[in-house]
Design a protein around this ligand. Structure first.
Ligand code: PMP
Length: 358
C-alpha cells in the first residue's frame, strides 16, 4: 500500500464550498458599530444572565440531552405538543439536521436567491443539489417559479420569511397557495428567524400554518429577538415524524445547559424582550424613512435589517461605512444589508448614507 502523504480522502462534495463568512471577523474593527450580523444590540436581561451563570455552575456535567425543561417551556409558550419540538445549535444547526433527515446525493433543495447564505453551504454539505430561484424585481420570493421548480428529486424547500437579506416578507394568501401546490412528500421549511420583528398583519405565523400541514417545519431562534446569538440555540416546530427525525440527527448534547437555562429564562421574560423588539422596530421605521427621504429605494423590511441594492457601488458603500465606524454586510455586486442597531449606530449609518449620495 502506498505510504505517500496525500492525506485522507475527503468527500468530493465538499469541493468549492464557500466558508461561512461572519459579519465581521473576530478581532477586526472592534471599535466600530457592528451592523453586519443581524444581532440584537441589547445585552442579556439581568435575569437571563443570572440563569445562565447559575447553570454554568454545572459545566462539569453534560447538559440534559432531552432538553426536558426547555421543551416543556416551549410547548406551553407556543401551544404545541412536546413531540412537535426539536432544538439544536442555532436554527442553522436545526436547518442542517433537517437536510440530513431528508436529503442525500442527487436530491434537490429549492430556495430563493438571494437568501440566507447558509442554505447553499449546508445543502452542498448534505450532498444534495441547490436549485436557486431568483427573487422577483421587487425582492420577493417568486413562489410560482419555486413551485414550478419542484421535480421528483426535490426533498426540501427553504422559504425564508422574512427573507434575509432583503427583509421582504410573504403574505398569508400567497404562502398558503404555495403550500397547497407543493407535493406532500416534500418538506417545506419556513425559516422564521426574524418572526418577532414582523408587523405587517398579512404575514402569517408559521406556527399557525404548520398545524394541519405535516410537510411543514417552522424554524425559530433565540439569536435575534431574544438576543442570545452567542449561546447557539434554535428550534423547530413540526409534526411528530419530522421532530423525531430531528432528534435522531442532532449532535449529542449540542445545546449546552447554559443555553437551555438562558432560553428558558428568556421565555419567562418575553414581555421585556418584546418591548426591546418594539424599540428596534421603531428604529427600523425611522431608518427606512430617513433612507427613503435621502432618495434610496428601501424594500419594506419586516426584520431587524434593511437592504440597499447598490449593484456595482456595493463595495464603495461598505468601505464608506467602515471608514465612518459602522460595519455593514456587503454582498459583492448586489447590495448591502444593514442591521438596525442602537440609535447612535443608526444615526451614523444615516449620516454616511446621506454623504454617499451627495
Ligand atoms: N435563518 C436566517 C434567515 C438567518 O438570517 C439566520 C442568522 N443569520 C439563521 C437562520 C441562523 O440563526 P441561528 O443559527 O443563530 O439561530
Amino acid at each position: 500500500m502506498s505510504r505517500r502523504a496525500t492525506g485522507p480522502r475527503l468527500r468530493a462534495a465538499l469541493d468549492g464550498i464557500p466558508a461561512y463568512v461572519p459579519g465581521r471577523p473576530a478581532g477586526e474593527g472592534q471599535e466600530s458599530f457592528k451592523l453586519s450580523s443581524n444581532e440584537n444590540p441589547y445585552p442579556p436581561l439581568p435575569g437571563v444572565l443570572d440563569s445562565a451563570v447559575a447553570a454554568a455552575g454545572s459545566l462539569n456535567r453534560y447538559p440534559d440531552m432531552a432538553a426536558t425543561a426547555l421543551f416543556a417551556e416551549l410547548a406551553a409558550h407556543f401551544d404545541v405538543p412536546v413531540e412537535h419540538l426539536a432544538v439544536g445549535t442555532g436554527s442553522v444547526g436545526v436547518a442542517q439536521q433537517l437536510l440530513q433527515a431528508t436529503t442525500g446525493p442527487g436530491d434537490e433543495v429549492i430556495y430563493a436567491w438571494r437568501s440566507f447564505e447558509a442554505y447553499p453551504i449546508i445543502t452542498q454539505i448534505s450532498g444534495a443539489t441547490s436549485v436557486r430561484v431568483p427573487l422577483t424585481a421587487g425582492e420577493e420570493h417568486d413562489l410560482t417559479a419555486m413551485a414550478k421548480a419542484v421535480t421528483d428529486r426535490t426533498r426540501l424547500i427553504f422559504v425564508c420569511n422574512p427573507n434575509n437579506p432583503t427583509g421582504v416578507a410573504i403574505g398569508r394568501a400567497d404562502l398558503e397557495h404555495f403550500l397547497d401546490r407543493v407535493p406532500q412528500d416534500v418538506l417545506v421549511v419556513l425559516d422564521e428567524a426574524y418572526r418577532e420583528f414582523v408587523r405587517d398583519p398579512r404575514v402569517p405565523d408559521g406556527i399557525a400554518l404548520y398545524r394541519d400541514r405535516p410537510n411543514v417545519a417552522v424554524l425559530r431562534t433565540f439569536s435575534k429577538a431574544y438576543g442570545l446569538a452567542g449561546l447557539r440555540v434554535g428550534f423547530a416546530v413540526a409534526h411528530a415524524p419530522v421532530a423525531a427525525a430531528l432528534r435522531k440527527t442532532a449532535v449529542p448534547f449540542g445545546v449546552s445547559g447554559v443555553a437551555q437555562a438562558a432560553a428558558i429564562a428568556s421565555l419567562r421574560s418575553v414581555p421585556a424582550l418584546l418591548a426591546r423588539v418594539d424599540t428596534l422596530v421603531a428604529e427600523r421605521a425611522r431608518v427606512a424613512a430617513a433612507l427613503a427621504e435621502q432618495g434610496w429605494t428601501v424594500p419594506d423590511s419586516q426584520a431587524n435589517f434593511v437592504w440597499l441594492r447598490l449593484g456595482e457601488a456595493t463595495g464603495a458603500f461598505a468601505a464608506a461605512c467602515e471608514a465612518a465606524g459602522v460595519t455593514v454586510r456587503p454582498f459583492a455586486g448586489e447590495g448591502v444589508r444593514v442591521t438596525v442597531g442602537e440609535p447612535e449606530a443608526n444615526d451614523l449609518l444615516l449620516a454616511t448614507a446621506a454623504a454617499f449620495r451627495a
